[in-house]
Each structure stands twice: as C-alpha cells, then as structure tokens.
Design a protein around this ligand. Structure first.
Ligand code: HEM
Length: 148
C-alpha cells in the first residue's frame, strides 16, 4: 500500500491542484453573485430568478464536487509516506486554513438558502465576506510552498 501511494503521488498532486482551482473559482465568484443578488435583485434592477439559478448550479455542480475531490486527493497526499512531517509548523497552518475554507463553504451554502428565502444579508456583508477566501488561500499556499 505505501509503495502504491508513493507511485501515485504525482497523480494525486495533479488531481489535488485541478480540484483546488475549480473549488477556488467558485469560492471567489459565489459571494460576488450574492452581492449582485442582494443589491440588484432586491432593488428589481435585475431578475432574482437568474441569480438563484446561477448560484445553485455553481454550488451544486462545481463547488461541492470540487471540494470533495480536493479533500480526497489532499488526504491521499497526507497518507503518502514522507510528505507530511507533523513536527513542522506548515501542516498545522495548512490544516487550519483548509478547515476554515470548508467552514466558509458551509456558510456560503447556508447563505444561498437564506437568499432564496428572502432573508439574505446585505450586499456590504457579502463584499466583506468576499475577502475571506483570498486571505485563507494566502495562508494555505504559503504553508504548502514555503514549508516552514
Ligand atoms: C481540503 C483539504 C486539503 C488537504 C488535506 C491538503 C493536503 C495537501 C498535501 C498533503 C499536499 C502535498 C504537499 C507536498 O507534496 O509536499 C498538498 C499540496 C498542495 N495543496 Fe493542498 N490540501 C487541502 C486543500 C488545499 C486547498 C484549499 C488549497 C488551495 C487554496 C491547496 C493547495 C495546495 C497546493 C498548491 C499544493 C501543491 C504544493 C506543491 O507544489 O508541493 N490545498 N495539499
């Protein structure tokens, strides 16, 4: 099993990075859609129904599967011998970053339902929330590249 994990390491990493790119694309775009939904949808400038469809498709068809594949490939890398040294700091900062990123995904998912029910937050809240994935991405990528 350990030999198989070492052999498949480059494939796991390639899959991980492809899934991360897809996940992050949605994490950056969905809160932006929420800003438009909250501001233009509510004021009637643009039809709310279009935002509802775009948000649902983005979350269900791209973000949820991409997050699952990121986790599977990421844990596959964790299990690969010699990749993670738990006595270093970086695996812990990376773990904190990915847990926060997953929690933020859950929050976005909840906000989609709130907006659907007409109870969403203000456009300003979503504008501020939009910065969260950027900050987490910086922590995660610096952890895994600098390996302090
Ligand atoms: C969801 C849970 C995640 C787990 C368990 C995980 C775990 C890992 C592990 C163990 C590695 C291998 C490090 C190495 O080869 O030295 C890795 C690589 C990487 N991860 Fe993740 N990761 C996760 C999520 C993320 C996220 C959310 C991002 C970006 C925002 C990310 C970005 C990267 C990048 C860019 C690499 C490649 C670094 C290199 O070239 O060595 N990961 N990940």
């Amino acid at each position: 099993m350990t030999e198989l994990l070492s052999l498949t390491y480059p494939w796991a990493k390639a899959l991980h990075i492809m899934a991360v790119i897809s996940w992050m694309a949605g994490m950056f775009y969905l809160p932006r859609l929420f800003v438009y939904h909250a501001e233009r949808g509510r004021s009637g400038t643009e039809p709310t129904a279009s935002f509802v469809i775009m948000e649902e498709k983005l979350l269900r068809m791209i973000m949820n599967p991409a997050m699952i594949v990121t986790w599977i490939a990421g844990l596959w890398l964790v299990a690969t011998p010699g990749i993670v040294d738990w006595s270093s700091i970086w695996p812990w900062t990376k773990a904190a970053g990915v847990l926060a990123m997953s929690g933020y995904h859950g929050w976005l998912s909840k906000q989609r339902k709130e907006l659907l029910a007409g109870r969403g937050a203000s456009g300003r809240t979503y504008r501020i929330a939009n910065e969260v994935p950027t900050l987490l991405m910086i922590v995660i990528v610096l952890s895994v590249i600098l390996k302090f």
